[in-house]
Design a binder for this molecule. Sequence first.
Ligand code: ADP
Length: 457
Amino acid sequence: MKSLYFKFAVTTISIMLLSGLISFLLSNFYYQINLKQKNDEKITNFALEVSEYINYHNEIDLTKYLEHIGLLGYQIYIVDEQGESRFFGATYRDKNLSSTTVQKVLNGETYHGINHFPHTLFVTGFFANELKNTVGVPFESEGKDYALFIRPDIKLFFNEMHLLFAFMLVLTIALSIVLVLVITKYLIRPISKLNSATKDIANGNFSISLDINRKDEIGDLAASFDDMTKKLAKVEEMRKELISNLSHDIQSPLSNMRGYVNLLDAPSAKERSRYIDILNSEMNRLSSLTKQMLLLSTIESKKEIMEVKEFNLGGQLKKVINQYQWQLSEKGIMVSYSSYNVMIKGDPSLLYTVWENLLTNAIKYNHEFGEIEISIEEDTSSVLVSMKDTGIGLEPNQLKRIYDRFYRADHSRTRSVDGTGLGLSIVQSVIEMHNGEIQVESTKGEGTVFNVSLPKL
Ligand code: ADP
C-alpha cells in the first residue's frame, strides 16, 4: 500500500511538472500565433535598413560593414548571383536553404523565414539557430545583386539570461520539490496520529491525547475524534457499570431466593407462608427486571416498532391512576387529577409505560399520606403532562443521573423500595421516540415534579 504521504507528494510534484509543461506549450503557441510575426516584421525592417544603406553608399567596404553588423549581434549570410556566399557574425547551426529561396530574393522578393518557420511542439522557433529561420532581402553592391539573410544572434543577447532563467527554473523546481516533501509531511502527520489513536481505541485505551490544534478540516476531524473518544470512554464505562449492576441485580434476588427455599421446610405454616411471599416478591422483581430490560433494548434497537395512533391521553392517565388506586390508598396518598379529553398521536402502550413509571415512582418515593398532583394542559401543537409529588426529593447531583440505566439514588433508602433503576431510562427513550421532552425539578425532602411535553400530532 502506498502511503498517503507518498501519494500526496507524487501528485503535487506531477501537477507542478505537468503545469510547467502545459505553460511551456502555451507560451510556445503564443509565440507561434502572435510574437513570431512581430519578430519577423522587426527583423525585416532592420534587414531593409541594412540593404538600403548598402544600396545608397556604394563606396562602403561591404565586408567590413557586414562584419560590424555581425559584431552588433546578428547572424548574416549573403549570396550573389554566381552562388558565391559568405557568413558574418555567429555561425548557423543549420545552414540549409533552398536555392529557389535564394533565387527569389535575388529577384527582388523579401523572404519571411521567421514568420514561416514551421510549428514544432517542443521547439520555440525564436531560438532555432537555422539559416531557414531568417529574413531575406536583396541588395546591390558594386553593380552586383546579392541576397542578404539575417537574424539576431539570440545566443549573444540571451546567453547570460539563458543561464539565469535556467538557474531560476532549476532552483524553483528543486525548492518546490523539497517544500512539497516537507509540507506534505506536516499535513499528513495528524492523520498518522489519528490512525495510531484509532488503534489505541480499538485496543480499549481511551486515555489518548491527540494534541492537534489546527483550525482546518483536520483540526475539526481531530476535535470530533476527541469527542468521539470521550463518548466511547463513557459508553465503555457505562457498559462495565451495566454488567456489574446487572449481575448484582440478578445475583441478589437469586441468593435471597436460594436462602428462603432452604427455609421452606420450616415447621410453622405461618413462617412458610411468609417465606413464600418473599420468594414471590423476589421472583416478581427478577421478572420485572428482565421485562424492563427487554423493553429498553427493544425500544433502542427498533425505533420503528412504534404503533402510532390517535388516542385520548386524558383517559389514559385516568386509567393508570385507577390501576394503582390500591397502592395509593395503602400508603394513604392523595391524588389530585381532573381528567378531560386530550387527543394525541402516539404509541398508547409505550406512553402507558411512561405514566406507569412516573406514577409508581411518585408513590414509591413519597411519604405516607403524601400527595401527588397530576395535571394535563394543551396548546395548539403540544400537550404538557406534569406529575408532582411531595416525596423524598433528590439532590442536584442525583438528579443528573436519574435517567442512567440502573441508577438508583440514595441506596440505603431506595434499596428497601422495589425498583430496578431502569424505569426512567425507559421513560426518557419513549419520550424521545415521540419527539417530546422531559424535564425534572426536585428539592430534597420536599418533592419532585416531572414535566413531559409531547407534540400532539
Ligand atoms: P427505580 O426502578 O429505582 O424506580 P427509575 O429509573 O424509575 O428506577 O428511577 C431511578 C431513580 O431515580 C430511583 O431509584 C430514585 O432514586 C429516583 N427517583 C425517580 N423518581 C423519583 C421521585 N418521584 N422522587 C424521588 N426520587 C425519584
